[in-house]
Design a protein around this ligand. Structure first.
Ligand code: FES
Length: 168
């Protein structure tokens, strides 16, 4: 755990102790899950166990809430999340080819994370940019009018930027 993560975890522990006896425990629990995901990008099992202990809620209940809301990641995700739009407009403009190219290039299926932890591949339904279909979103940036080559070029740009960051 990094020093920053440690500090954030300490703050989170304090928060959990503070909200533990408050009413509306369900919304407090969701607040805790959000904070955990902000720190780690997903919900690590050992942190969930600690939350269960502090909040005095059965672990199974916490996992039940976490799996009900699709927003929460139960597994570690990559540094960049690549979402491929499979909505109708994108689909008719070749989204399947873009998705297949990404699966092949990254060596993962939908929901998978690359071995170097750089990318997680996801599927999306309409990213609100149908006019430039087919579309992918990397983190919060939209890329449109794609073909397989342009898509792989985008991935390579992220790889290069990451390599440059690591060297710096
Ligand atoms: S269907 Fe892909 S952006 Fe709308």
């Amino acid at each position: 755990m990094t020093e920053t993560e440690q500090k954030k975890m300490e703050a989170l522990r304090e928060y959990m102790h503070a909200v533990k006896d408050q009413p509306h425990s369900e919304s407090n629990l969701i607040g805790v899950l959000h904070k955990v995901q902000q720190i780690y990008g997903y919900l690590p099992r050992e942190v969930m166990d600690e939350a269960a202990e502090i909040l005095e809620i059965p672990t199974a209940h916490i996992w039940g809430v976490a799996t009900f809301y699709h927003y929460f990641n139960l597994e570690p995700i990559g540094k960049h999340v690549v979402s491929v739009c499979m909505g109708t407009a994108c689909y008719v403009k070749g989204a399947q080819g873009v998705l297949d190219a990404l699966k092949k290039e990254l060596g993962v299926d939908i929901g998978g994370t690359t071995a170097d932890k750089l990318f997680t591949l996801q599927e999306a339904r309409c990213l609100g940019a149908c006019g430039i279909a087919p579309v992918i979103m990397v983190d919060d940036k939209i890329y449109g009018e794609l073909d397989t080559k342009k898509t792989i070029d985008i991935i390579n740009r992220y790889r290069k930027a990451d390599a440059a960051e690591t060297e710096a």
